[in-house]
Ligand binder design. Structure first.
Ligand code: SAM
Length: 272
């Protein structure tokens, strides 16, 4: 079913620079909310409500929706579209500049979710911010550009596997849920999209110093074509080699061949 964007949006000029591609398909909106599996005890954070298509469905299922929208021109449209709902707060501000921990303090809720059709120009900074703020989020369900979804969920040894895949997969079970065609948006973007879910991992291997682990991964992937010996020149290479040899690997291995488990072993050995 097509969402009626209505007269209210008639004169709205979409800003490409803000990633403004709004969903026009109710079935997609419903499927996104279904993936989240919300209850009326949950708080949902949304980034970029646009005209409110997803916000409305979230408000029907969750206890509260806290939504961040950078574009103040949408305020009157959102006021109108969300007038039936008393459980939605919109903060008109750049999500990347907020301290979400502070913003959610006033809410009482059982579980915290993030559900959003993200502005694609800042997908990675948004995801990194959500994880770095350490908010204890039950599940994140986001629409992203298809290629970005491939990178988030990439397995060891594939071309899309990178430092962010490892970082994300340490914290969450990452799953590509379903593809969304570019025809489901107004204006139509020139890429297809995918819904990706991140479910908090209940059991996580212990990492002694998370910052060192993150730095080690970033350094290992610094130059994609170089092997670990070249990318990790400033580290104790003999010790690294010792760990790698347990897995039948050596310093000529490239970072994309190293699994999360081996990176954890390396980090805990180098930084006990
Ligand atoms: N949720 C709507 C939908 O699905 O139809 C709109 C999604 S649209 C892809 C992204 C939205 O994010 C736009 O409304 C845009 O104005 C907003 N946005 C862009 N940058 C933002 C930022 N830094 N902080 C908060 N919102 C932002």
């Amino acid at each position: 079913m097509i969402i009626d964007i209505g007269d209210i949006m008639e004169n709205f000029i979409f800003k490409k620079s803000l990633g403004q591609n709004f969903l026009t398909d109710t079935n997609i909106v419903k499927k996104i909310v279904e993936v989240a599996g919300l209850t009326n005890e949950d708080l949902v954070i949304e980034i970029g409500p646009g005209s409110g298509a997803l916000t409305i469905e979230l408000a029907k299922q969750a206890k509260f929706v806290l939504s961040y929208e950078i574009d103040e021109r949408l305020e009157s449209i959102l006021d109108e579209n969300l007038k039936e709902f008393s459980n939605v707060e919109i903060i008109y501000s750049d999500f990347l500049n907020r301290i979400v921990k502070e913003d959610i303090k006033k809410y009482s809720f059982k579980r915290l979710f993030v559900v959003a059709n993200l502005p694609y120009y800042i997908t990675t900074p948004i995801i990194e911010k959500i994880i770095e703020e350490d908010l204890s989020i039950e599940k994140i369900v986001v629409m992203v550009q298809k290629e970005v979804g491939d990178r988030f969920s990439a397995k060891t040894g594939t071309k899309d596997y990178n430092s962010l895949s490892i970082f994300l997969q340490y914290h969450y079970e990452v799953k590509k849920e379903f593809i969304v065609s570019r025809n489901c948006f107004i204006p139509k973007p020139n890429v297809d999209s995918v819904i990706v879910s991140f479910t908090k991992r209940k059991y996580k291997e212990e990492i002694h110093h998370i910052e060192n682990f993150e730095q080690l991964i970033r350094d290992s992937f610094r130059y994609k074509r170089k092997n670990l010996r070249n990318n990790l020149k400033s580290y104790p290479l003999a010790l690294i080699n010792e760990v790698l040899s347990k897995y039948g690997l050596d310093l000529t291995t490239r970072a994309e061949q190293i699994s999360l488990e081996i990176f954890i072993d390396l980090a805990n050995t180098l930084f006990p």
